[in-house]
Design a binder for this molecule. Sequence first.
Ligand SMILES: [Zn+2]
Length: 358
Amino acid sequence: MTSSGTNPLPNSSISELLALAAENAKMPLQKALRRASRKALMWPEEASVMVQEDRSLTELPGVGPSLNKMIRRWIDDPPEIPTPPEIRAYFLTLTEARAALAKQPAWSADVKGDLQMHTQWSDGSGSVEDMAQAAAERGYEFIAITDHSKGLKIAGGINEKQLQQQGEEVAAVNASLRSAGQSVRVLRSVELNLDPGGNGDMDSESLKSLDLVLGCFHSALRKKEDQTDRYLAALRNPDIQILGHPRGRIYNFRLGLTADWSQVFDLVAELDKAVEIDAYPDRQDLSLDLLKLAKKSGCRISLGTDSHDPPQMRFMEYALAAALLAGIKRDRILNFMSCDELLNWAANLRHGDARHSN
Ligand SMILES: [Zn+2]
């Protein structure tokens, strides 16, 4: 494979050129270009290398015959690539993520679990058992099942009763994993929908039966004004230990919220809670620029793929690479803890035993 130093047009640049071309295109080409720009984040090979090997780019997701021609023209005669606007900035391509991880193979080998995923209980397509099997195949020690809570109707959020029923299913899956000699354990969690005041939408008592709670904002995500206060309120909410996809950004669709991030991360560190890197390719939230600030504050980081089916658990590469590139230390990342250490950390937070990390 060509190194990025000699690659005239890496996938990151092609992604940006596709997005720019979409801005001047009519439908339906506009839609195809936007889609290909997003899919380029997930291409497993550098397109320019495929061209050198005389292969068709239609092998790549999102590329049909006309985009194949367009991209080949760019590779033959690379245009100037402007700096991406913020709505497309700091997104890693899969090839970039893999290049970063290749320099530190222990990270991929040692990561012990995945702390955000959805099942058929809300908007995922796999069962708890399907996710557990995929985790076992990856050699994980734990996964957290984080289906949406009841307020997020559009994603099939579950209520307290369903959360309890899901708990029975998780216990049964764990029992069968144990009897099959599998070492992976399924943790009970939820993606608690937070209002802009930082309050959850589920009864606190039912959340106490969970191993972990991930809190996330899903409303008023296009506010332009500073949102520091909502983050500070959410972090002080005693029901949650991890703040998920903090900015709420989506590639080329939504910028996400702004805040005094250093202040937010300092409070995360002070309370000994964690902020997430949501690894879903078009989220990548926290992004690399904010992770560098998080590193300064020394706060804990949680990695979650936000998988909606078992194969999406492969997205872990994006989160690991982002943490690595931002210089986050392994001992700050929940996913390198053993399962017992992770559970102790969450239990201590619940009992108001938050230690000050520095
Ligand atoms: Zn979410």
